[in-house]
Design a protein around this ligand. Structure first.
Ligand code: HEM
Length: 502
């Protein structure tokens, strides 16, 4: 032991067989199990080797707080992500610019995500879902108008289509929606093929997916620039989409947002929203099909609020959506068990001391995360942590209605023992960086798409559940962690039958 001294100030390193490969297999296979197993052995803070990189993980609400609440000058998102995102999104936006500019860009986007626009979106989304159900071959049994006929659809396929149709009709704008059936779909697919964990691990490889990604980025960027220029030439100012919101925005230093910057922000929003929302929508439908009693409660909630005396359905108003507790709890609980992003990364720009309340090597020692380490936060762990949640691996939307049931007793003890103040109010978990519930992240880089995602998911779900019953003839599939976003494995076919009243 003395011959092999270990730097006591670095967090413990997860033991591994193969030097450079490190713990890549265990992490890639099932990061949640890997992290929970490591916590048993090493505590809340530990490092592991991932294909030559050192990654330091901080778990639990305190670990979330350490990383999500960390100073951006010390823990940099752009240093951790830019090699993946810049070839896809493009130059001068998001992680390819100083963080202060990203903050301004997020403000510009927020302007496009205002309630006035959202009010117009509900009807558009409903319309797209109905068109899809009336056209797509997977909904043939529904189209036959026979209430005894069961059909089935691959949920990820159907919800991915619905997500891009509805996002393009609303946020992305009518030119994108019109191009969807033409060239846009292939360009999007090529761009998406360049946005994978492989591309994060290896920014440059002589593989076709890298070449296709670069070509697709150029085409996509030009596509948006053309839209902007045409709108400007024609004086079109009547759209309620994001392109309209971004045109003519100015940075604080007086510089106008350039056309290529608008184009690149549009690509970033497309990539940020497409898989996250389609994964969440898919998991929601799988759980509803698995628990018909919850689907029935959701349907009855729709009947109570929106069924008119003549049997037809009234559209939801944007403001009403937030007042539907079953719908809200179903989405919330799905995001607890299936947050689309399992690893949030930052890069240490200097040595970072770990707070002693989070982890320490000895009574008077301190861990220091060395400069250059990737820092990893995983709300996907704290959201299913058996120490924090009752029946943590069970999908149970009712937990959000029960002020005593949200947090497990053990969590309160933990809370008391550490003197930490975590706001577990009725049906709500604090939005702070210390919260165990962070499907949309927290702190400076928190998601700005949350309200849009809720609006989109709620409207898609309500439109479907009003018209079809759902069942599963296999268990809810397990998660596939090998994609950027946690997706359901196959088989993931949902059985459906048209409801009597429609
Ligand atoms: C950031 C989740 C939908 C735009 C984030 C982050 C998470 C997240 C966890 C934090 C990333 C980090 O700290 O590194 C989700 C989930 C979604 C969703 C679960 C849907 C269910 C959307 C949509 C949009 C969007 C629809 C756009 C319309 C963004 C943006 C950021 C972000 C711009 C900020 C990145 C930054 O500041 O570094 N999202 N997102 N997201 N998301 Fe979302």
């Amino acid at each position: 032991y003395q011959l092999l001294p270990r730097d006591k100030s670095k967090p413990p390193l997860v033991w591994h067989w193969i030097p450079i490969f490190g713990s890549a297999a265990a992490y890639g296979q099932d990061p949640i199990k890997f992290f929970l197993d490591c916590r048993d052995k090493y505590g809340n803070v530990f490092s592991f080797i991932l294909l030559g990189r050192r990654v330091t993980v901080a778990l639990g609400p305190d670990g979330n707080n350490f990383i999500m609440g960390g100073k951006h000058t010390v823990m940099s998102a752009e240093d951790a992500y830019t090699h993946l995102t810049t070839p896809v999104f493009g130059k001068d936006v998001v992680y390819d610019c100083p963080n202060e500019l990203l903050m301004e860009q997020k403000k510009f986007v927020k302007y496009g995500l205002r309630n006035d626009n959202f009010r117009a979106y509900v009807g558009m989304i409903e319309d797209e879902v109905l068109q899809f159900m009336n056209k797509d071959s997977s909904f043939r049994a529904y189209q036959m108008n026979d209430i005894n006929e069961w059909g089935s659809f691959d949920v990820l396929h159907a919800i991915s289509e619905i997500t891009i149709l509805t996002a393009s009709r609303t946020l992305q704008g009518k030119e994108v929606r019109d191009a969807l059936d033409k060239t846009y779909a292939q360009v999007y697919a090529d761009l998406d093929g360049g946005f994978t964990p492989l591309h994060w691990l290896f920014p440059h490889l002589p593989l076709p997916s890298y070449r296709k990604r670069d070509a697709a980025h150029k085409k996509m960027s030009q596509f948006y620039i053309d839209i902007i220029q045409k709108r400007r030439e024609s004086g079109n100012q009547s759209e309620v989409d994001m392109i309209a919101a971004l045109m003519d925005q100015k940075y604080r230093n007086g510089k106008i947002l350039q056309d290529h910057e608008i184009a690149h922000i549009m690509i970033a929003l497309l990539m940020a929203g497409q898989h996250t929302s389609s994964a969440t929508g898919s998991w929601i439908l799988l759980h509803l099909a698995d628990k018909p009693e919850v689907a029935e409660a959701l349907y009855q909630e729709q009947v109570k609020h929106f069924r008119q005396p003549d049997g037809s359905w009234r559209s939801m108003q944007y403001e009403e959506i937030r007042e539907l507790p079953v719908l809200d709890c179903v989405i919330r609980e799905t995001l607890r068990m299936h947050p689309p992003i399992h690893s949030i990364m930052r890069k240490a720009r200097s040595d970072v001391p770990v707070p002693r309340t989070l982890a320490a090597p000895s009574e008077d020692g301190t861990y220091v995360v060395p400069q250059g380490d990737i820092l990893l936060s995983s709300a996907a762990v704290s959201q299913v942590d058996p120490l924090l949640w009752r029946n943590s691996f069970e999908w149970d939307p009712t937990r959000w209605n029960d002020p005593e049931g949200v947090a497990q007793q053990a969590y309160k003890q933990y809370d008391d023992a550490n003197g930490q103040k975590v706001d577990f109010g009725f049906g709500l978990v604090s939005k702070g960086t210390e919260s165990p519930y962070q499907p949309f992240g927290a702190g400076r880089h928190r998601c700005i798409g949350e309200q849009f995602a809720y609006l989109q998911l709620s409207t898609v779900l309500a439109t479907l559940i009003r018209r079809v019953e759902l069942r599963l003839d296999h268990p809810v599939p397990g998660p596939n962690y090998q994609t950027m976003i946690i997706l359901p494995k196959t088989p993931r076919n949902i059985l459906y039958r048209r409801r009597e009243f429609d």
